[in-house]
Design a protein around this ligand. Structure first.
Ligand code: ADP
Length: 441
């Protein structure tokens, strides 16, 4: 029996024996109720214990989180202060840089005009103001002034095209005894055209210097021509043996002199041509000419050189008569001579005989001549440079093949001055194919 119920019954009845038997049923029900109550009480107590532990834990966790949050807030505040300081310093630095850049731009020897994509000038440096004689405080009207200062050149068209994204260049702009070079550079904002920067350079001094250098080359080359021609004539007479039979040794020495003299003549002639190209005075008369006749003459003249190098020239004359083109026989001879001589020169001499194939193809509008060889080829990374004067590909240099790097520059000028084009494809150690194309009148 439950102890509390027992105590209460003893207090009421003195002892448990005094409790009447009729009450026993009731007492056992009450006793059961007490037991149930106590069990429930224990359960509630345990539940309370558990929830108070949990509450405590939650409380602690919350406190910890609040602490961390406070720490983070403090850190954030400190970082914000640091960032603000950095931003301020950087802004100051940028302002200083901008001022510096503006000073540099203002005092540059090159004139700079910055145009936005609405076609308005938003910056004009001191030199540009001098070039276009514009000294107003605001830039309104400065672009029109730029067009007026160079009336004979398409400045307005080039500004418009460069605003659309094209890089353009006007070389040799001549105005009032001065020579300018003008570059039109598009500006981009996230790859969208955002304006154009026009750079104007006064290159009068450089051009004059270039001109006097070219003049010096022309004079020196002319002076060299006479003694070289005399040496050529004399060595030829001696080799002819008209003045007596030569010993084998004498013949070798004179042949070497003749060969070196020939190289000097070629070099002097090339220097003269280059000087004329630079002075924009490289012009020649164009008449009706027969390509095949000139080509066949060059092949004939170079056949002994090819034979010496164990190279076979295969030329299949076109079965149809070739139409005439407008050109200059002497200059076209020079073109074929240079290209076929290169094809022979850059063929590797070895045991097996290499081939040079020359063909002519006629279409309704043009004649194309191809010269293909099985030589050393041109390395891909150097192919865009071989028409530049004095440029020789690295494999030509390392193969110790003689050359000046001037021939192709002259060849290109001759072909373009005759209205034609020159292209090539080449594979290193496989060969090169040059194709020249002339329009038919
Ligand atoms: P070069 O006197 O050096 O031959 P060119 O102007 O005629 O001068 O040619 C320029 C360069 O182009 C050469 O030095 C050579 O590197 C390369 N080249 C020209 N033709 C050929 C060819 N047929 N095969 C390989 N390389 C060539």
């Amino acid at each position: 029996m439950d102890k509390t119920l027992e105590r209460q019954l003893k207090r009421l009845f003195g002892s448990l024996e005094n409790v009447s038997p009729q009450c026993q049923g009731l007492i056992s029900v009450v006793n059961q109720t007490y037991k149930d109550f106590q069990n429930e009480y224990k359960l509630i107590e345990r539940a309370l214990d558990i929830s108070s532990v949990e509450l405590n834990e939650v409380n602690q966790r919350l406190r910890h989180e609040i602490k961390i949050e406070n720490q983070l807030t403090d850190k954030l505040k400190k970082e914000t202060v640091i960032i603000e300081e950095i931003v301020q310093t950087r802004t100051k630095e940028l302002i200083i840089e901008r001022v510096k850049l503006e000073k540099i731009a203002q005092n540059m020897k090159t004139g700079a005009v910055l145009v936005n994509n609405q076609g308005e000038v938003i910056f004009l440096n001191g030199q540009a103001r001098m070039f276009i004689h514009f000294f107003n405080d605001d830039y309104a009207g400065s672009l029109v002034k730029l067009y007026e200062v160079f009336p004979n050149y398409p400045i307005e068209e080039y500004v418009t095209r460069s605003l659309a994204g094209e890089i353009l260049d006007l070389d040799d702009v001549q105005e009032n005894d001065s020579i300018y070079q003008i570059l039109f550079q598009p500006m981009f904002d996230d790859s969208n055209p955002a304006g154009s920067l026009v750079w104007i350079d006064n290159v009068t001094e450089e051009k004059q210097l270039e001109r006097s250098k070219s003049e010096l080359v022309v004079v020196a080359s002319h002076q060299l021509r006479t003694p070289l021609t005399v040496t050529k004539g004399n060595t030829e007479i001696l080799l002819d043996q008209s003045y007596g039979t030569l010993t084998a040794e004498q013949k070798i020495i004179i042949e070497q002199t003749h060969e070196s003299n020939e190289k000097m003549i070629t070099l002097v002639n090339q220097m003269l041509d280059i000087a004329k190209i630079e002075q924009k005075e490289f012009s020649f008369q164009l008449t009706d000419i027969q390509v095949a006749t000139i080509l066949e003459q060059v092949i004939k003249d170079l056949s002994s050189v090819a034979e010496e190098k164990n190279v076979q020239i295969e030329y299949k004359p076109n079965p149809d008569a070739l139409p005439v083109i407008k050109g200059n026989s002497f200059r076209l001879y020079q073109v074929f001579q240079n290209l076929i001589d290169n094809a022979i020169k850059y063929s590797r001499s070895g045991d097996c005989q290499l081939k040079i194939i020359i063909t002519t193809v006629v279409s309704d509008t043009s004649i194309s001549i191809t010269i293909s060889d099985e030589g050393i080829g041109i390395p891909p990374s150097e192919q865009n440079k071989i028409f530049t004067r004095f440029y020789r590909a690295s494999n030509a240099e390392t193969s110790f093949i003689d050359g000046t790097g001037l021939g192709l520059h002259i060849v290109k000028s001759i072909i373009e001055s005759s209205g034609g084009t020159i292209n090539f494809v080449s594979e290193e150690n496989k060969g090169t194919i040059f194709t020249i194309e002339f329009p038919i009148q």
